[in-house]
Ligand binder design. Structure first.
Ligand SMILES: NC(=O)c1ccc[n+]([C@@H]2O[C@H](COP(=O)([O-])OP(=O)(O)OC[C@H]3O[C@@H](n4cnc5c(N)ncnc54)[C@H](O)[C@@H]3O)[C@@H](O)[C@H]2O)c1
Length: 432
């Protein structure tokens, strides 16, 4: 087994999204990097220095020494491939491995002997070795573990988080053989000044990633469920969490919508793997169900609050602030804010939507929503619903609320973003 010399390797990153692009730019400080993506528009935007995900600045793009391409011919002769393509679920919440399989096919048909293929896409245990490995073998005619090697390194990047960046967090790695594992420790050691943790094997590393997100999902589901109970008792969950949070071992989770393509998706990967083995996962799926039901619950709560005010006639005119799946990212995929808006409309309300980061064209294409171009277009509403705590919304003062909310209207604050804001009593306030 002859592994390449770490000092002179060529690495191809396959899939330049939220995960792949920052990885490619950071690795380009140390290695010869080719970034490959099937999305021709994405490549041309990146070539001009524009990253629509907001993860890399123009300055970072301009200084990164990267070859960017959507031409598969340019990915041959690499020593290492790192696959960072999406792993969504289908309409039945089953794993959709289409992108990892097509990436394996593209890589496999250009794979040279002794190359290493590392998967970073989130999968369930076994996918790298029992699904991707054979797909690479089939496309390459080479044998996994003999002619080429597999690795897995789960990704923990947190979009919009400028603190826990890919170069500062502990990176878990695993290799098909001890030598490959050590090689990958060296490679990823260049990337992060956090730490590199060697997992026992590839399956273990895959499992670690998927439970990190499933655990988070379940913890959020717990606070979501208690918020459903407390709302019936006239207790504000945020107040309860503040009190309970003074205990040293109380876990700090807050209620809310769980969307996006990680926490709301990865538990289904684990659930699928469990079912394949004949185990019905109770806790994992219960958490998913509660979190998926949250949009409907919130819409009903907001509706009830509106009915309590003197403005409580239908349709109420509402302004929803935030459509992306989380704060300070432009990512609209699997946004539960969209479900909330649909549910509010379903209850008969008229809803205007603003998002300080989302692309208006994408909002239209994804959900059929016309976003307000700017908050200057906002009228006076019967209710203002703070859904996603983007920084500009956090900065609202009482005057801004008074500009957009009618006297007697409801300020529904789903994330506690205006908790500390003093407002005249003429507004009804509701927090989850
Ligand atoms: N975004 C996150 O916060 C995050 C965090 C940890 C792990 N992950 C995991 O990392 C993986 C990638 O996620 P992401 O958010 O970067 O996705 P993304 O959609 O932002 O980016 C994926 C990129 O891959 C490209 N692509 C799709 N199929 C391809 C193919 N066959 N060949 C080449 N390029 C292809 C797409 O055009 C896209 O640009 C997923 O498995 C995800 O679950 C994501």
């Amino acid at each position: 087994m002859a592994l390449p010399n770490l000092e002179s390797i060529k690495i191809v990153i396959v899939g330049l999204g939220y995960v792949g692009l920052p990885l490619a730019t950071r690795l380009s400080d140390h290695f010869d990097i080719v970034g490959f993506d099937v999305d021709v528009l994405r490549i041309s935007q990146l070539q001009s220095g524009y990253d629509r995900t907001g993860e890399c600045t123009k300055a970072e793009m301009d200084t990164a020494d990267l070859t960017l391409t959507s031409d598969p011919a340019q990915i041959k002769d690499a020593d290492v491939y790192i696959v960072t393509v999406p792993t969504p679920v289908d309409a039945d919440n089953k794993p959709d491995l289409g992108a990892v399989l097509s990436a394996s096919e593209v890589v496999g048909s250009r794979l040279k002997k002794n190359a290493i293929v590392v998967f970073e896409s989130t999968v369930y245990p076994g996918v790298t070795e029992t699904i991707c490995g054979p797909a690479l073998e089939q496309a390459s005619g080479l044998i996994s573990g003999k002619d080429f090697y597999l690795g897995y390194s789960p990704e923990r990047i947190n979009p919009g988080d400028k603190v826990h960046t890919v170069d500062k967090i502990t990176k878990v790695v695993a290799g098909q053989t001890p030598k490959v594992a050590m090689f990958l420790m060296g490679l990823y050691g260049k990337l992060t000044n956090g730490n590199v943790f060697l997992a026992k094997d590839i399956k273990t590393a895959e499992a670690a990633k998927v439970i990190e997100n499933a655990q988070r999902d379940i913890n959020i589901a717990f606070v979501n469920e208690v918020s459903m109970i407390f709302s019936q008792m006239g207790i504000q969950t945020q107040d309860v969490l503040e009190a309970a949070g003074t205990k040293w071992n109380f876990l700090n989770f807050t209620p809310g919508l769980v969307g996006g393509h990680c926490i709301g998706v990865d538990p289904y990967y684990l659930a699928h793997a469990a079912r394949e083995l004949g185990h019905h996962p109770e806790v994992i799926l219960a958490g998913r169900k509660i979190n998926d039901d949250m949009a409907t619950f919130l819409a009903r709560q907001i509706d009830q609050q509106l009915q309590k005010t003197q403005l409580g006639t239908k349709p109420a005119r509402l302004l929803v602030l935030g459509l992306t799946f989380k704060e300070n990212v432009p990512d609209l995929r699997n946004s539960k804010a969209a479900d909330l808006i649909a549910a509010l409309k379903g209850l008969g309300h008229r809803v205007d939507i603003h998002d300080s980061l989302a692309d208006r064209g994408e909002a239209k294409a994804f959900y059929g929503f016309e976003l307000l171009e700017s908050l200057d277009q906002a009228k006076k509403y019967d209710g203002v619903v703070g859904v996603v705590p983007h920084t500009p919304y956090l900065a609202f003062d009482a005057a801004e609320i008074a500009r957009i909310l009618k006297v007697g209207g409801v300020l529904a604050d789903l994330k506690g973003m205006w908790r500390g804001l003093e407002l005249p009593d003429e507004f009804a306030r509701w927090e989850l």
